[in-house]
Design a binder for this molecule. Structure first.
Ligand code: HEC
Ligand code: HEC
Length: 149
């Protein structure tokens, strides 16, 4: 018998054993070493970043992240706290940036007099940021950086 099949079988066994082990190790790192069967201590809740400074968008169509706290801001059928500052009518008084014109367009690109229902629930797309360290490294590269190369 040639040695090849034995080698192949060994390789398969090694893969079968090491695959799940490696995966488990990866998860264990995110869980800060707590074994999978055990409950880890709840992490401390990070602070909301509330610096009131607009952040650079990673690409033009990105919904900008919210640079202020939104604690207790209600958005439901009856009221929309966000629009109390960001609607066309409110911005003169609040000096908040107006929601962009796309927020007044229906799905056919027609302009409406009031905010489109597609854009009513702001937090579907816009989110505040937290002062927390990312769990995994982000390797995103901005298009301008790519163009320079
Ligand atoms: C009290 C007024 C007020 C309310 C209420 C408010 N905002 Fe703002 N928002 C502002 C102001 C002013 C700015 C400009 C930056 C700053 O001062 O924080 C801003 C900035 C933003 C930006 C950044 C825009 C950009 O171009 O980067 C987003 C997104 C945003 N708000 C979303 C929201 C959402 C979603 C809500 C509701 C959950 C909300 N805001 C509620 C006043 C408000
Ligand atoms: C379906 C996703 C979606 C929803 C829902 C949505 N937005 Fe946006 N928003 C975007 C995107 C995408 C952009 C950037 C591109 C654009 O202007 O359309 C944006 C841009 C903005 C800007 C920056 C405008 C500018 O010209 O600089 C503000 C402020 C904003 N949104 C506020 C809001 C508020 C307040 C609500 C809720 C009433 C809301 N958005 C709901 C996706 C959304």
């Amino acid at each position: 018998m040639s040695k090849k099949p034995v080698g192949a079988i060994c390789a398969v066994i090694l893969l079968l054993v090491s695959g799940p082990l490696a995966a488990q190790e990866g998860i264990a790192t995110l869980r800060k070493g707590t074994p999978l069967g055990e409950q880890s201590a709840a992490p401390i809740m990070p602070k909301v970043s509330n610096q009131d400074l607009l952040r650079t968008r990673n690409y033009p169509e990105q919904p900008p992240t919210i640079p202020h706290s939104i604690r207790d801001y209600r958005v439901d059928l009856r009221s929309n706290k966000c629009l109390a500052c960001h609607s066309r009518k409110a911005t003169g008084e609040t000096q908040a940036p107006m929601v962009s014109v796309t927020h007044y367009m229906d799905r056919d690109g027609q302009f409406l007099a009031t905010i489109s229902s597609r854009r009513y629930f702001c937090l579907q797309c816009h989110v505040p940021q937290f002062e927390a360290r990312p769990l995994v490294e982000n390797e995103f590269v901005d298009i301008d950086t790519l163009l320079e190369k």
